[in-house]
Structures are given as structure tokens and as C-alpha cells.
Design a protein around this ligand. Sequence first.
Ligand code: PLP
Length: 579
Amino acid sequence: MALLASKVHVRLQLSRAKHPSLTGHSKMARRFAGQVPYYEYDETQFFRADAAPEDIAAARRAGFMRLAALYAQRFAKSAAQTAQLLPAVSDLDFTSRYRVPFQFSRFVREHFKAGSFLQSSSGVSVTDLDGNRLYDLTGSYGVNVFGYDFYKECIERGSERVKDLGPVLGAYHPVVAYNVKRLLEISGLDEVSFHMSGTEAVMQAVRLARYHTGRSHLVRFCGAYHGWWGDVQPGVGNPQPANETYTLNDMDAAALKVLSSRRDIACVLVNPLQALHPNAPAPGDSTLIDSGRRAHFDRDSYAAWLKRLREVCTQRGIALIFDEVFVGFRLAAGGAQEYFGVRADMVTYGKTVAGGLPVGVLCGSHHFMRRFREDRPADVCFARGTFNSHPYVMGAMYEFLQRLDAEPLRSLYRDLDATWNTRAAALNARLEAAALPVRVANLSSIWTVYYVGVSRYNWMFQYYLRAAGLALSWVGTGRLIFSLNYTQADYDAIADALVAAAQQMQGDGWWWSDPRGGRAQLTNKSIRRRVLKEMLQARWRAIRGRASGSYAARPSMGRPSESWSATSPIGSISSPRSK
Ligand SMILES: Cc1ncc(COP(=O)(O)O)c(C=O)c1O
């Protein structure tokens, strides 16, 4: 009886340590996602999803068609190449579908064909096949910390340095010795292993933690991205349940209680990027069904949280793993450990650290990194990879790490937060003064756009921004990533373009709100309620259609090729991979 009571208590403790959202409940989220039906808005609904009056719908339509004409003319070559490749490249097909909420997606795709091809990069800009120069805010998924010219140089010089050895694998090129020395200095840890991607480095960190603790479970925090390996992606996007993963509420004492009491926890994974939006998934515009997105970074409180986490992990023999694949080298030369003043047992790096070539790095203490046991020689923890320590990757990494220590990079880190915080604050002041419902929040040079008016059309902003000369990644305004070589003049040009794009979007009526106010006014809650109702109706129609043995009653707004059962619904819940 006492045992049962204790088991119930431990289970309740776990429940209390989960974030109340669907994102915090992976299994429920997956079940819900599997039930979301496909449907789409017809042209009338497209422009009046918020029940705007006819004149506003007409203004939106005019703005939309003007923008579509501009896209057709300005991005013609890039769009044509993309269209050719789209059916054969699944990644391209996926990302092009999930740029906006699925109800709007087809109509948008038919009219805005911006293209996914580029021909060159220089300074802080990229140039597409049509010769358009765009300010780069994609940051190449976070790889681009110092500007593309810097990485070109790392790759060129690095290749030159290792060319006599060439692509010989298995043995090491001598540059590896320097890379290891620098990585150990930066991480403050004892050993290094090299991998081909951030995902692999995280996999290895978790495997080692399980091996050395003899425990089964990993803890991740709600919303945090750690790559696409199944165990770190327990919710939507992974068809299998991750039964040895606990997803806990970030920055919450209840999570610490779970760590203090359970005996099956091998490690805790922390992605410090979550400090910008604890417990929320990486923001993508495909989830912008309303204006609920918020973000705010408080360095002191996140640092205090990490310190508490550190203490509990030490007390309980749990491996604390900082996943710095995204933020390492971006926040400070010593990464998040230096930035927040907390040491981890293992740290993963990736993205930028190989000077622009693909890589994953794991650094850890001797205790956690060792892959064998002296006293039990057959009990090993295996990890290999054909391309680990590839000479060309190591060569570019060598160039990266050498430059990190010297000017002009050193000075780029000086006053980094002050620079980017001032820029964000000035932009927000401008947006507010111009009565525009757009704001930005930032973690140093990583930004997210959020919306302070209530609207169903915030996702349109990405298309106005592109027309204004800003290149965003497929997650749209959810993530703007600046490289540190943006000068004040570059930045001013971005800010001007962003304000002008917002003014244009406002002028076209997308942010209309009912002047009667009161109950007539749209709220985030009323939008969500309406979308849920639409889903239930579409589901019901589909069930009736199947029961009658025909597709006559298929969701009326959908096309036969896209019945609800064939379409991934994730856009409405969370973004599966918003780098
Ligand atoms: C924090 C974090 N961990 C792991 C990964 C996975 O890295 P990769 O895409 O190189 O596999 C990413 C990628 O965005 C990331 O941001």
C-alpha cells in the first residue's frame, strides 16, 4: 500500500511538472495532430477570415494581387527553378507548404512564388537567380555568425591547409590537435568527439549519459529543439512515441522536484535559446493563426534558473548537457556557459564551429566521455561515423577557431548585447510611434517578431518583408537571425525596410480591427475557438463522406488530392523543425 502511494505521488509530481499546453504533453499533441482535418478557405473566406467588411476585403485583395504581380516579375527565374524541383525534393515541398497556416496555404502558394534558389552571397546580403540583392536574415539556420565572407575564407584557407591529405578518413590531419586544444579551452571540459551534425552530437551525449548513469530517461524542456532524433522529438513530427523522454516545464520549481526524486533520469538537456520563449516551440509563421506569439528574454532570471538546475543535477548525479548547437559562439566566444556563468557536464556545438562546413561537436568531462569500462571490457558505448573528423571540416574549423581568438572577431563580441538590445528597443519605439502592431524581441542577435494587435493575417508580413528586400527562412518572421557583421548602416536599412513593409501591410487592410470594439472585436481566444469549430466541421464532413462510401461530402473547401487524412496537420500546433 505504501509502495502504491509512493508511486502515485511520484507520478503526480511528474504531471505537475509538465507545461499545461499541448506542447508540454507530447503524446496528447501527437494524438490531437492526427485528428486535425485538412480544409482550406475559398477565395472569399481567404480575405474575410475575420469577418471584415467588403471594402477591407477589397483592399486586401488589391494589395495581395499587387504583391503577387511584383513577385511574378521580380522572382521569375528563382521561382521557375523552384517549381521544377519541388515535386522531387521532399524538403522543399514540405517547407513551401508550411510557411503559413494550412487553411491559407494553397492560395498563397499559387500566388507568391518567391523561389528557393540563390546564386551568391556577399557582406550581409544574398543574391537570387534574378539578380535581386536581399538582406540576409536567415542566418543559414544559425551557422552565419560572422558573415558569409568570413566562412568562405575559412573554407578556402582550410581546404588549402589540408589538401595534401585530401579526403583520407580514419586517421587525423594535424590540425585536429589545435582544434581539440581550443575546444577544451572554450568548453572548460576534458574530452571531445566529432560528429557530422548537431543531431548526432546530441545523440551521443545522451547515449553516454545513459551508459554512465545506468539510467534510462532524458529530460528536455517543453518546446526545446535538439535536432530531429526520435528521443529528443517526442511530440508532433515523430511518428513513434519517445517512451524514455520526460518533457518538463522550463524554469519551474516543479521540474526540479522531479529531478530530485526520480531515479531513472540520466541527463537534462538545455537549449539556451529557450530563454527567449520558455516552454514555447520555435516560432514559425505556419502556426500564426492568431496573435498569441510572445517572447521576452531576461538574462538574470534564466541564469538563476540554470544555477538551480546545476545544483540539483550535481546532487543527483544527473548529467547536465548544454546543447549549444545554435547559440554557441553567438552569445559569447565561450558560448552559453560563459554567457550565463554556469558549467555543464557535457556541451554540444555545431553549425558555425566548422567555419561553414557541416559538423557536430561534443565536449565533456572524462567521467562522461569515456566509452569503455576498465573492469568490464565488453561493456562499451559505441559511437562511430564515417565522416567524423573529415580533414576538410577540420581544416575549416581550424581557421574558424584561430580567427575567434583575434581581431576583428574579438571586437565583434564587445558590447554585443548592448548593441542588439539598443537596436531592438529603437525599432520597437519606431513601430509603436507609427501605430503599427508589430514588435520584436531578441536574445542578442537572434530575433523574433510578434504582433500586438489581434489578427488572422500576421503571416502575410513575411511576404511584404521579402518584397522590401529582406530574406527570411521558411519559418518566416518567427526567427530573424543577424550576423554580427551587420553595421549600424546595414541595420538602419533593415529597420527602415521593416517599418515600410509594416506600413504597406497596414495600408492594405490586413490588420483591420472592428471599430465598434467591444464584443465585435476579435480576440485570440475567439480566433482559436473559431478555428477549432471549423476543424470539427471538416472532420464531421469527412466522416459522413466516408460513411456514405463516397467523397461527395469531402470538406468542401479542400481539393480531392488533399483529403484530411493525407495531410499533416502540424501547422496548427507546433512547428516541428524551426531552426
Ligand atoms: C539546439 C540545437 N540542437 C541540435 C540541432 C540539430 O543540429 P543539426 O541540424 O546540425 O542536426 C539544432 C539545429 O537547429 C539546434 O538548434
